[in-house]
Design a protein around this ligand. Structure first.
Ligand code: GAR
Length: 198
């Protein structure tokens, strides 16, 4: 059984989708939900799902390395094998990603390699893109980089705003991330594709 930690900073809807999928014959189990934001809504959702939670507030630490040392202490104490970043909004150091190399995934709301970083929906609209979506990838030392393990794609409509795009991409993320995790834990890194174009 692969012991999975889900790292969040906010509402945790991707965390819930992953945790709900990890039951029955699934080879993984959600063993820890860790947030850097004490008020993150996802913490209550994790407790409702009876998953242990931890808060490591970046503001309590003097720099990234002590912050990440505190995260590693929580991960080690829960004997975590694999990390899924699920709306975790802190940039991780190469030291951290190196330690977890091959054992850390992320979901990002764009069709990578497009739009690394923030405001992805707005940037896709401003660029006049006709297609947009979300990607799950292995985490490396570079932000929103690393091999892509799956993408969900939809059509950008003429009247889309960043908010309407976000509203339509998020449910696709909830399908994509669990599908990728299942395939990854089966040892298959062939990219998952979800085509939700009009
Ligand atoms: C998701 O859209 C996820 O792709 C994005 O934050 C949202 C979290 O929602 N992640 C990033 O932007 C990471 N750079 P959730 O907390 O409801 O899962």
């Amino acid at each position: 059984m692969t012991r999975v930690a889900l790292l969040i900073s906010g509402g945790g809807s991707n965390m819930v989708a992953l945790a709900r999928d990890m039951t029955g014959d699934h080879p993984g189990r959600a063993k820890l939900v860790l947030s850097n934001v004490p008020q993150a809504g996802g913490l209550l959702k994790a407790s409702a799902l009876r998953i242990p939670t931890a808060v490591v507030d970046h503001r309590d630490h003097d720099g990234r390395l002590p912050f990440e040392a505190a995260i590693n202490a929580e991960l080690d104490s829960a004997r975590i094998d694999l990390i899924c970043l699920a709306g975790f909004m802190r940039i991780l150091t190469p030291e951290f990603t190196h330690r977890w190399a091959g054992r850390i995934l992320n979901i990002h709301p764009s069709l990578l390699p497009k739009y690394k970083g923030l405001h992805t929906h707005r940037r896709a609209i401003e660029a006049g893109d006709t297609e947009h979506g979300a990607s799950v990838h292995m985490v490396t030392g570079d932000l929103d980089d690393g091999p892509v393990l799956g993408q969900a794609v939809l059509s950008v409509r003429a009247d889309d705003t960043p908010a309407t795009l976000a509203e339509r991409v998020l449910p696709l993320e909830h399908r994509l991330y669990p599908a990728v995790l299942r395939r990854f834990l089966a040892g298959d890194t062939t990219p998952v594709t979800i085509d939700a174009r009009d």
